[in-house]
Design a protein around this ligand. Structure first.
Ligand SMILES: Cc1cc2nc3c(=O)[nH]c(=O)nc-3n(C[C@H](O)[C@H](O)[C@H](O)COP(=O)(O)OP(=O)(O)OC[C@H]3O[C@@H](n4cnc5c(N)ncnc54)[C@H](O)[C@@H]3O)c2cc1C
Length: 325
């Protein structure tokens, strides 16, 4: 375990600090001590090797659209992948080699422009390719695993950039074998489907538009982190369960401090402006207890917690994610 924090001799002391709230779509979270924004995979590997050399913890942030950043913030080195923008798409074979920081909407649009099908589900998921691999992001009956060929991963344990095939990534529902404290996705290769006819291309354009329209209607516009909890099974989506308990009622909906359940979708929690990570975790604990008490399901967070928790955040996390302890 790497627990030492950087000293004044740290190779990262020249890196800027930042506010976590700037880099998470919830718009909350405390200070990030040292923020690296590599623009090439070699540069990313260089930062990671330095972190190993001086034994500081590494945190990876893509678009921050599935992440709750601790109120006390993030110590050690934080690698923001957004500038890893490499993109090579072969329209003939359908193979796309995509940098970890590429925004999924951009990737999806570029695939469409090249006449490739299969990537429409990414449009409207506000994350990066690396985050999508780590989370196995999915929507509209598809997921990232379905198209992935392999991913280039920097492994902090072996200190090597390794090519992980699909079997090694062990994809499941919103899960992969990527442990972001140990494994950093640098890029990934995907297989999409060359669309031979204009009517198939028109169908793809319609599908993308329909996906965007659906999200505009069904997702909140206030700062949020997408679905807070994983669904216990497809027949019992958490949003519906919480809705039955009145959690998203516009008048009496549940809230903790500056965080409330979204009136448009009960599995989304929104930051009304003053929300903290502690408020969010308190509301999550309330939702988890209620679902257990009324429906008997133990639900698990889909959102990931990043950084060093306060004492209260630690207690709340212990209830939300007992396996984390
Ligand atoms: C409005 C809204 C709608 C959403 N809809 C969907 C949806 O339909 N389907 C869905 O699956 N998700 C959805 N999400 C959640 C989120 O967008 C996805 O999980 C997305 O894949 C996260 O990507 P990210 O880059 O933002 O990851 P982050 O939030 O930055 O990171 C998420 C986790 O992955 C790790 N990580 C990020 N990048 C890397 C990397 N390069 N290497 C290793 N680990 C990494 C982080 O450390 C963290 O543990 C939604 C979110 C919002 C806000």
């Amino acid at each position: 375990m790497m627990t030492r924090t950087p000293t004044s001799q740290s190779p990262f002391s020249a890196l800027p600090s930042a506010l976590g709230s700037k880099w998470s779509t919830y718009k909350l979270g405390g200070p990030i001590d040292h923020l690296a924004r590599p623009t090439t995979t070699d540069q990313a590997i260089g930062y990671l090797q330095q972190a190993i050399n001086v034994a500081v913890p590494v945190t990876v942030v893509g678009w921050g659209s599935n992440s709750i950043i601790a109120d006390p913030g993030i110590r050690g080195l934080t690698v923001l992948t957004r500038d890893l923008q490499h993109m090579a798409i072969d329209a003939n074979t359908g193979v796309a080699d995509l940098g970890a920081g590429l925004f999924l909407g951009t990737a999806s649009t570029q695939l469409q422009k090249k006449g490739l099908g299969g990537g429409a589900f990414w449009v409207g998921i506000p994350g990066t390719v690396g985050g999508a691999v780590a989370m196995n992001a999915g929507a509209m009956g598809s997921d990232t695993a379905k198209h992935l060929i392999d991913a280039t991963v920097y492994n902090l344990a072996t200190q090597q950039a390794e090519v992980w095939d699909k079997a090694r990534l062990q994809f499941a529902y919103r899960h992969s074998a990527i442990n972001p404290q140990q494994h950093v996705v640098l890029s990934a290769r995907f297989a999409f489907i060359p669309l031979e006819t204009q009517s198939l291309r028109d169908e793809l354009a319609q599908q993308m538009k329909a996906n965007i329209d659906f999200r505009r209607q069904h997702h909140p516009t206030q700062p949020n982190g997408g679905s807070v909890f994983q669904n216990p099974n497809p027949d019992n989506p958490v949003g519906r369960l919480l809705d039955q308990l009145g959690a998203r009622d516009p008048e009496t909906g549940w809230r903790e401090g500056g965080i409330r359940i979204s009136p448009v979708h009960a599995n989304f929690m929104i930051n009304t402006g003053t929300g903290t990570a502690t408020d969010l975790l308190r509301l999550m604990v309330r939702a988890k207890r209620a679902v257990k008490q009324h429906f008997g399901f133990t639900i698990h967070p889909e959102n990931r917690f990043l950084g060093q928790p306060s004492a209260e955040e630690k207690d709340l996390l212990a209830e939300l994610e007992p396996s984390r302890q």
